[in-house]
Design a protein around this ligand. Structure first.
Ligand code: GAL
Length: 681
């Protein structure tokens, strides 16, 4: 029995979900029985059906054709495959935009995007919204009782091509959203600081989206437009979800996320999903692909507040959309799939089931490739992985315990990367990765959290350049530390309020007392520019991207700058505040120095790695009521041996680990059932 809630789709599918996007509408019906037979061979138990099928489901306005969908739904059910049924609203059919060209989205510079690709709709368009309502109502009514229906897949990758629309319809919707937010024009003028550059509004009608302007548009306006655009698309999703909840209560609803995707505030979105799902397309040429996928997995688990999530899309082999679409090495697809499971996924899915013959994605790999299956390494791995996942029912519903939280707030991310800053080299994801990297390498499991969340369950909280904070979030962080928590905060945090106005009173104003210091001035560094830093133990490090003039009040200095005008001034500090501690890092430390400094912080906080393993091996533990599942993943190209606690049972083939020694080949994965949670190193 697992801690925390059992299989994602309940007893109807008490297994790790396995399958992919299935587009039978692209193939003659003669192919379908073969599809279902092969799904059986591969262990597929779930498919995301008909994601781009709108023009086949509703060939002309208001005339639905569900016969073909009935046939394939029945066939799948008979073949033992459940359906994550798409609402098919991600690509409007030609007849809709032909009749209503005003529903097409418009860019900031007035360029209209035309049909011929996908996602060509303005999120605020009543035409688009009404048409989606009709389609979803018809689908939900027809398939409410269908035995193959296991979950709903709303839209697809919202905002991936069109994150915002700047047309007149959107402008009117934006004004409506602003009225709700500010109540009065005076409130808006104040929040947007419109006395700057003569921008004071005298009627609502004067207000526009931040269209292309001679120079920077008002930053508070831009920030509100990002909030609005995320909310507006969320409302498109909500329109569909409300219909589905009403017609098919109890059937879970999801829409697929895209890792750290800037345009959508996924904290808000995830609250509206029954199951969080994610699309992860690591580049095999990226040496840090494994770390990046782990980080995405941790985010998805955190977005779902610890609940298992679904890896909704990944590619079995090559994609088609990079300049060079590298193939996955043997075992890489399996490694990255099981890595998702290790990080909390209870489903492993692909884009897509059968490789397209026509269209823009025919060079994108699929579970069933173009060529003969007998000679296809991709197909062989697909079948093997399906077999392996069938033996992993034990993971379903199990949770992951993290003692560290990394703060990520979408609004702060948006504000940080607005133009006209001291430096545009401070990028949110780079700063997150800088802190995530040492945790990943040492196998210290981390969650992501919002600055305003209840952080009391974490021993260590890391705040990488949290530029914008609300009063409540700032107070929350201070009380976390005061109550005994340990915080590591990096430069350019706490600078503005939610209107993107500077918090006056000395930087970083809301944290001055907690950090025991003031930042007097920022000295950003250019590309290639380095500041040297010396720690108390005499070791030196490089600071890049950013430096600053810090004046300590109560903080202890852990490291100082040793060159430039900052020579002798603090670079890294530690302040005791209440019962806790707040470390501050005033530059972008090089990776090894940051690793040492962060390790000192997690050790001080009593945080322990999952297990001590050779470099290149990732270790994550999923907790069961009767012990745990320890995932050991070798990201390197060389075989390694890992010493674990004895008494483990290896769940997925390979050597038994009764003596505690586990051999892992290149890109190999071992999953060990340990009846006692071994005490960490
Ligand atoms: C995703 C999308 C899929 C497919 C895939 C190709 O972004 O959801 O429909 O286009 O990329 O990698």
């Amino acid at each position: 029995m697992n801690e925390g809630g059992g299989p994602l789709l309940g007893q109807r599918l008490p297994h790790v979900l396995y399958g992919g996007d299935y587009n039978p509408d692209q193939w003659p019906e003669e192919v379908w029985p073969e599809d279902v037979r092969l799904m059986g061979e591969a262990g597929v138990n779930l498919v995301s059906l008909g994601i781009f099928a709108w023009s086949r489901l509703e060939p002309t306005a208001g005339k639905f054709d569900f016969d073909w969908l009935d046939r394939i739904m029945n066939m799948l059910h008979e073949g033992g495959v459940s359906v994550d049924l798409a609402t098919a609203t991600a690509s409007p059919p030609p007849w809709l935009s032909h009749a209503h060209p005003e529903m097409l989205p418009v860019l900031a510079d007035g360029v209209r995007l035309w049909p011929g690709g996908r996602q060509h709709y303005c999120p605020s368009s009543p035409v688009y919204r009404d048409a989606t309502k009709r389609l979803v109502e018809a689908l939900a009514t027809r398939y409410a009782k269908h035995p193959a229906l296991a979950m709903w897949h709303v839209g697809n990758e919202y905002a991936c091509h069109v994150p915002a629309c700047f047309c007149d319809v959107s402008a009117a919707a934006f004004r409506g959203w602003l009225k709700q937010r500010y109540g009065s024009l005076e409130g808006l003028n104040k929040a947007w600081g419109t006395d700057f550059w003569s921008q004071r509004y005298s009627t609502w009608e004067e207000i526009l989206p931040p269209r292309r302007t001679p120079t920077w548009p008002n930053p508070s306006q831009q920030l509100d437009f990002m909030r609005f655009s995320s909310d507006e698309l969320l409302e498109c999703y909500e329109i569909e979800r409300r219909i589905l909840n009403e017609r098919t209560p109890g059937v879970p609803v999801t829409t697929n996320f895209m890792r750290f995707f800037k345009p959508l505030d996924y904290w808000k979105w995830a609250e509206r999903e029954d199951i969080v799902s994610d699309d992860v397309y690591q580049d095999p040429l990226d040496p840090e692909a494994g770390m990046r996928a782990a980080m995405a997995g941790d985010l998805m688990r955190s977005l779902g507040r610890g609940r298992p999530w679904i890896l909704m899309e990944q590619t079995p082999n090559r994609v088609n959309w990079r300049d060079v679409n590298a193939a996955k090495a043997p075992g890489q697809m399996r490694l990255w799939s099981l890595q998702a499971v290790a990080r909390g996924a209870d489903g492993v899915m692909f884009f897509q089931w059968r490789q397209s013959r026509a269209g823009a994605e025919k060079h994108h790999s699929a579970m069933v490739p173009h060529g003969p299956l007998q000679t296809s390494p991709t197909w062989r791995e697909v079948v093997q992985l399906g077999g392996e996942l069938r033996g992993l029912d034990a993971v379903c519903g199990s949770r992951i315990k993290a003692d560290v939280a990394i703060l990520l707030d979408w609004e702060s991310w948006w504000a940080l990367e607005l133009p006209s800053k001291p430096s545009n080299r401070v990028q949110q994801i780079e700063q997150l990765e800088a802190f995530y990297r040492p945790l990943f390498q040492a196998n210290v499991t981390a969650d992501f959290a919002r600055p305003g969340d209840d952080l009391s369950g974490y021993k260590l909280v890391v705040a990488p350049s949290v530029y914008l904070v609300s009063d409540e979030a700032a107070a929350n962080l201070a009380s976390y530390v005061e109550a005994g928590g340990n915080l590591v905060m990096s430069f350019f945090s706490g600078i503005v309020d939610p209107a993107e106005h500077i918090r006056l009173g000395g930087y970083p104003q809301p944290f001055v007392k907690m950090l025991g210091l003031q930042v007097i001035d920022w000295l950003p560094l250019g590309p290639g520019e380095v500041r040297l830093v010396r720690f108390g133990d005499g070791s030196t490090a490089r600071g890049e991207v950013w430096s600053e003039l810090i004046e300590v009040e109560s903080a202890e200095v852990l490291a100082t700058f040793i060159d430039s005008t900052l020579s002798g001034r603090p670079a890294v500090t530690l302040n005791r505040f209440g019962a806790g501690s707040a470390q501050y890092v005033g530059t972008h430390l090089d990776a090894s120095a940051l690793a040492v400094s962060l390790k000192a912080a997690w050790t001080r906080a009593g945080v322990k790695p999952v297990i001590d393993v050779p470099a290149g091996v990732e270790a994550v533990r999923r907790t069961l009521v009767d012990g745990s599942l320890l995932f050991l993943m070798n990201h390197s190209d060389a075989a390694v041996e890992v010493i674990t606690a004895g008494g483990s049972v290896r769940l997925n083939g390979g050597d038994a680990a009764t003596d505690g020694r586990v051999r892992l080949g290149p890109r190999d994965v071992a999953i060990l059932h340990q009846s006692e949670v071994a005490s960490p190193v």
